[in-house]
Ligand binder design. Structure first.
Ligand code: DON
Length: 312
């Protein structure tokens, strides 16, 4: 896309941040400047990365990955255990409930968490990783993230981690509920520690575009031709992103935008358009379900401009 056309779309959508609010339940996220909108587009056909931001360097700004971490951790768990080894512990059903809901399991008396992207499922998936404790699992997560984001500089944001851990009572309830009801049999505090850490890794929009491009490219990193995950896992993860990537806004988003996408409450969006594009977006103000407001508007407009809605 012409750089000036992309910039025009950012100008058009920038002010939508006013309709959202930074995540308030994690104090370290509430303090991030909401007036930022950055995008990175990885064009697979041209093998080219394009960035744009208001302020200019917003695509390089580091922010907490939050729930987008559920994608790399799921991919690593599949690498460790195979597809059956993961999906014998977690279902793959969309949810009309919020990402940290307990109700869905209670109402339906489910045997397994609904899907790997709601917190129940993500906690179980983290516990499936090889590694005997939180430190070992998190060291493997960080190494894997460096590889799939093509970024050796990603680190744990200690402030966000302490914030997550201190205020993580709902996640504790979810984990103890699952344990108490025989849905899962892990070490609650140890697994929550690596879960809070996976959510607190700092990334930027370029990292997210790289992961999107790897998924769009069937699991092969387009920057060096190396296969990182199987074609089957890339396909499965994209379909889960479409049905559950934006929680209880996934259906509406798929209808309006039409590309597999995963969100995080840090304001990130990561999209994979099969065979065509990886897209990373950052804008910290989110709506009630937990998705970046200006980010979703920008994604919608970019998808329209490039004509890459997968259903169109
Ligand atoms: O578990 C939590 O509450 C957060 N650390 C992650 C939630 C999240 O990003 C949901 N996303 N949109």
């Amino acid at each position: 896309m012409k750089q000036s056309d992309l910039h025009d779309l950012l100008i058009k959508d920038f002010d939508y941040y006013k309709e959202g609010k930074n995540a308030q339940y994690i104090p370290a996220l509430s303090q991030v400047d909401p007036k930022q909108l950055g995008i990175a587009l990885y064009n697979l056909q041209a093998n080219e990365l394009q960035t744009c931001g208001i302020p200019e360097k917003s695509a390089n700004v580091r922010f907490a990955i939050e729930s987008i971490s559920k994608v790399p951790v799921l991919l690593l768990a599949i690498n460790d255990n195979g597809l059956d080894g993961v999906f014998s512990h977690v279902d793959a059903e969309p949810t009309g409930f919020s990402f940290n809901s307990l109700l869905n399991m209670q109402i339906e008396q489910r045997k397994y968490p609904l899907n790997p992207f709601v917190n129940q499922g993500a906690i179980v998936v983290n516990s499936l990783l090889k590694g005997k404790n939180s430190d070992e699992r998190f060291a493997r997560i960080l190494d894997f993230m460096k590889e799939i984001f093509n970024d050796n500089d990603i680190t744990l944001n200690e402030e966000v981690y302490h914030s997550e851990s201190k205020t993580g009572d709902i996640n504790r309830s979810i984990a103890y509920y699952m344990k108490g009801n025989g849905i899962w049999n892990g070490d609650v505090e140890d697994v929550l520690d690596s879960y809070f850490k996976q959510c607190s890794v700092n990334v930027n929009a370029i990292d997210l575009a790289n992961l999107g491009a790897l998924l769009a490219n069937g699991g092969v990193a387009p920057w060096n031709g190396k296969r990182i995950v199987s074609e089957e896992s890339a396909t499965i993860v994209k379909s889960l992103m479409l049905t559950a990537g934006l929680y209880d806004e996934s259906g509406d988003f798929s209808m309006r935008v039409g590309v597999p996408t995963k969100s995080g409450v840090g304001g990130g969006l990561m999209s994979a358009v099969p065979g065509k594009y990886g897209i990373g977006i950052f804008s910290p103000a989110i709506d009630k379900p937990g998705n970046s407001v200006a980010g979703m508007k920008l994604l919608h407009d970019v998808v329209q401009e490039l004509n890459i809605d997968i259903f169109a």
